[in-house]
Write a protein that binds this ligand. Structure first.
Ligand code: PEP
Length: 249
């Protein structure tokens, strides 16, 4: 089953209105393969979502970087899935390691968030990945399987989920996983989905890689059979005369 290549740009907590307009204008001017071949999703901070959605070319889509675990209400500082739907934001990133580690989001909490976002009609980029200590202890597969299990326990519509494998030691460090390291974990994740969800879901779910992806290293990673795209942090913020994302494809 063909899996459409997916490129996500995660701007994290960065940008001013002027910078956002500049990056969007660069993206709008770039030549990329048709959306039948590649899905491009840009994830600015919440406050810039309306601006980016309005200004971005129609073949690219937007994602929020998080949303609340249930219906909105007395949760100061949070943004609900309903609000994102109300603004016609189609995607949300959930379980990014920066939130798991700094804000102590547990596997179960991430699973609940994924389930609630899906129930409201959002599509989810669900992030998983091991720390350096866990990799060095030889527990990478066990860790990502436990993270995936907590998500899978609450997901029925896998068609709206992209699984982002992002080893924590590779995020923002310049230390990219080798293509073999990425392929090994992606292949284990696909086997996990096959054994624990279904062969159909395993074959159709996109498993993307994130962690210091750049124009220079993306081609080799993309050539791996189980790497179905990228979630790009730092490199997605670089506004250059040539479109950064186009060179990632
Ligand atoms: C990320 O934050 O999702 C990410 C992959 O960051 P970077 O590309 O900067 O490592």
């Amino acid at each position: 089953m063909g899996r459409k290549f997916f490129v996500g740009g995660n701007w994290k907590c960065n940008g001013t209105t002027e910078q956002v307009k500049k990056i969007v204008s660069t993206l709008n001017g770039g030549e990329v393969p048709s959306q039948d071949v590649v899905e491009v999703v840009i994830s600015p901070p919440f406050v810039f979502l309306p601006l980016v959605k309005e200004a971005l070319r129609p073949d690219f889509h937007v994602a929020a970087q998080n949303c609340w675990v249930k219906k909105g209400g007395a949760f100061t500082g949070e943004v609900s899935a309903e609000m994102l739907v109300n603004l016609s934001i189609p995607w949300v990133i959930i379980g990014h390691s920066e939130r798991r580690l700094m804000l102590k989001e547990s596997n179960e909490f991430v699973g609940d968030k994924v389930a609630y976002a899906l129930s409201q009609g959002l599509k989810v980029i669900a992030c998983i990945g091991e720390t350096l200590e866990q990799r060095e202890a030889g527990s990478t597969v066990e860790v990502v399987a436990a993270q995936t299990k907590a998500i899978a326990a609450k997901v029925s519509n896998w068609a709206d989920v992209v699984l982002a494998y992002e080893p924590v030691w590779a995020i923002g460090t310049g230390k990219v996983a080798t293509p073999a390291q990425a392929q090994e974990v992606h292949s284990e994740l696909r086997k996990w989905l096959q054994a624990n969800v279904s062969p159909e879901v395993a074959a159709s779910t996109r498993i993307i890689y994130g962690g210091s992806v750049t124009a220079a290293n993306c081609k080799e990673l993309a050539a791996q059979p189980d790497v179905d795209g990228f979630l790009v942090g730092g490199a997605s913020l670089k506004s250059r005369s040539s479109l950064t994302l186009s060179s990632l494809l």
